[in-house]
Design a protein around this ligand. Structure first.
Ligand code: NAI
Ligand code: OAA
Length: 270
């Protein structure tokens, strides 16, 4: 008999709903087993769209119920979701690179308990090449993010510093520094910079600029890497989701792809 992996989805928002829908519609070797949410009322309403009803559980119960948990919740909820999954020696798929930087001990927890954290590529590109280059010598890694002002208005740093972005007529650089600092100040907006840091030379040594750009309609990230094995420059232009413009449409698809590669007979890319 073929084994089917039970998948729990934690966080039923912009990304979580798309991932749950894909599982509900059928993915080879994978089945949606339960959902955890930060807002029970909204989650119950949205769960009515599922063809096969599943339970709404808390994070502890979800970790017991599922073989694999997909974390699609805000950065602040990461440890509540990750800890029970990893302590049980199970697999966590996440796109919260910023949360991993904030909680580096989570990697040790996974090691000690034989759990596994898969940081999906998310709204990004090129992490396979960066990881490979990191086996040699990387001289520099930098990233420039340009987002439409609407994608940045809810960012922690922008809100706390009351920076007015919606009336911009030209682009404004809102951050320049390390990816580590950028991920701390913009946790929901530059998870991709955190992932780039983790893949390459570390977030402290990865340079980052973030621009609010009224001429952009897409969340755009350009990375430049100079290494002894290769030099490369890549740009991705992500279509913002309607629900949460800071989140590109491709993010949920990347998570679905990460799930699919758990059971697919052929995996393309490292
Ligand atoms: N690496 C990447 O490329 C990207 C990463 N992200 C990250 O993905 C995460 C989710 O993004 P979105 O779906 O756009 O956010 P969202 O705000 O649309 O959805 C988050 C959901 O999590 C729920 N939630 C809150 N606390 C929870 C808890 N303790 N347990 C379970 N659920 C909880 C909320 O009620 C909400 O439904 C964020 O951490 C964001 O920073 C987002 C976009 C790209
Ligand atoms: O980096 C993120 O967390 C999200 C992002 O920029 C995008 O969706 O393009």
């Amino acid at each position: 008999m073929t084994q089917v992996l039970r998948v729990g989805v934690a966080g039923f928002g912009t990304i979580g709903r798309v991932v749950a829908k894909a599982l509900d519609e059928g993915m080879e070797g994978l089945a949606l087993s339960a959902i955890a949410s930060g807002n029970e009322h909204k989650a119950r309403q949205a769960m009515q769209q599922l063809k096969t009803p599943v339970a709404l559980l808390n994070a502890q119960q979800l970790a017991r119920e599922a073989d694999v948990v997909v974390d699609c919740a805000p950065t602040a909820a990461f440890m509540d979701i990750a800890e029970p999954v990893l302590s049980a020696g199970k697999t966590l798929i996440t796109v919260s690179g910023a949360a991993i930087l904030q909680n580096p001990k989570v990697v040790e927890l996974a090691r000690r308990c034989h759990g596994r954290i898969i940081l999906a590529t998310g709204a990004f590109l090129g992490l396979d090449a960066v990881r490979a280059a990191a086996l040699g010598t990387i001289y520099s890694v930098s990233m420039v993010t340009r987002k439409p002002p609407t994608s940045l208005v809810k960012a922690k740093y922008i809100v706390e510093n009351q920076i007015e972005l919606l009336g911009l007529t030209e682009s404004l650089r809102v951050f320049k520094g390390s990816a580590a600092e950028g991920a701390r100040l913009f946790p929901s907006n530059v998870n991709v910079a955190a992932a780039l840091g983790l893949a390459g030379v570390g977030a402290d040594n990865t340079e980052l600029e973030i621009w609010a750009d009224p001429d952009k309609t897409r969340n755009t990230h350009t990375i430049r890497v100079d290494a002894d094995s290769a030099s490369f420059e890549m740009t991705i232009e992500n279509v913002p989701t309607v629900e949460n413009p800071g989140t590109g449409r491709i993010t949920a698809l990347s998570v679905i792809e990460a799930l699919r590669s758990l059971t697919a007979p052929l995996r393309v890319g490292s």
